[in-house]
Write a protein of this length. Structure first.
Length: 102
């Protein structure tokens, strides 16, 4: 399984990547939101783990960016569909409410 890990704290990124790789995942680590979006556009990932508060672009913006799949779950990570289409208002509906919006 190929994962994208986007975390701007390099020490945390290295630790999480090491744990995932020990569990037999293939991990590409990036350190800001814009880089994460570029990797998601160019790569074929089975899942993504995104930091919510990254430099350049936050994790939520990466999920709702022009090439991102519609968010299925706003947890720590979510599976990326193999073939997806950019979200439309009719197809994706409203985004789930976040704890900070309550």
């Amino acid at each position: 399984m190929r994962l994208l890990l986007a975390e701007d704290e390099r020490a945390i990124s290295r630790a999480v990547a090491a744990i995932l790789e020990k569990s037999h995942y293939s991990v590409d680590a990036v350190y800001d939101g814009k880089e994460a979006l570029a990797y998601l556009e160019a790569g074929d990932y089975d899942g993504a783990i995104l930091d919510i508060m990254m430099t350049g672009m936050d994790g939520i913006s990466v999920l709702t960016g022009p090439a991102a799949p519609p968010p299925a779950d706003m947890g720590l990570g979510f599976p990326l569909p193999r073939r997806w289409r950019p979200p439309t208002r009719e197809r994706s509906g409203p985004l789930p409410r976040m704890a900070r919006d309550l």
